[in-house]
Design a binder for this molecule. Sequence first.
Ligand code: ADP
Ligand code: MG
Length: 345
Amino acid sequence: MNFKKTKRYLFIAVLFLSIFVITSCKPRVYKKAGLLKSIPLHIIIVSRSEPKWDTIFKYVDSQTSLLDHRNILSPLNKLNSTGRAVMPDEIIRIIREALKIAGESGGAFDPTIFPLTKLWDFDHGGKLPEKKGIERAKKLVNYKLLKISDNNTVVLPKGMGLDLGGIAKGAIVDGIADYLNKLGYSQFLIEAGGDILMQGLKLNAKWKIGIKHPRKDNEYVTVVSLGRKDKDKNSAAEARASRISIVTSGDYERYFEKDGVRYNHIINPATGYPAHGAVSVTVISDSCIRADALSTAAFVLGYKKGLEFLKKQAGTSGLIIREENGKLQAEEINNFPAVLDELDL
Ligand code: ADP
Ligand code: MG
């Protein structure tokens, strides 16, 4: 073999190798399913290599355990059994956000709903409590009686308790997004049982999000395209600004039926019974914690009051569906990205 020929072979080999390296480093879409306790969790990341899933899911587990009042090691559990507990900063932040939305919704959203949720027991499928029990528990729900002292001690009067179920999932999803940013990922989607956060785009396209049909399994009332491109990938503020969250609260995921009546897991603190003014509330907002709490709040407020409430929330749009005489009817607020006439109701 002469020298010229060897050089040519070498050149071709280097060329192929560079093409391989370049194409294998192109960003791709990676997906992984897991669990947030018993809730299905899906994470999609645009990355140049397989994401560090083990590290990510370990973080998810630690956050979930911390915010679950059923976990006996959680400070929320301690608060509910003793009436007093010192909380880490991250829980205090979530409680403050919950109290803010409780105030804005006139108590329709109330994180001290625990005595009632315990009674209805949706953790074990749900059961219809006696009227007397509901009246007693109702008196023990009042977010205004929760006190937070300077050293992060949270105090509640005897018999009261905290249930962050209406806001915790959103808070955890926001936390996962922050954690993914820390690991260097800037384009991703996180979905935990109906709570969705997107940052950036899916490669170069918007993300497609289906809004579940409240009465037909595996069908959607519409599919919306969402996504915001970040202008500067290295700026943390810009990364946050390119986030969009969409959350749905519905009466079709956790409920039981008795004597032809549907009882769902979102309770109206004013009556002590499940809220029934809407069947599905979808909220789009800049953070998942806000979208989560606002969708639960609007669900309790019902169709008309829920729409009025969402209208006042800056940077937030919503879609509410109600059921009247077996027929579904929808209304949107603040330019929700769906055409009402084209919904598959
Ligand atoms: P999901 O968690 O099923 O997606 P939501 O975000 O709407 O639905 O939250 C429902 C949960 O919120 C309930 O399981 C309970 O833990 C809690 N909750 C129920 N009623 C209220 C209420 N009026 N205010 C605040 N939280 C509530
Ligand atoms: Mg919620």
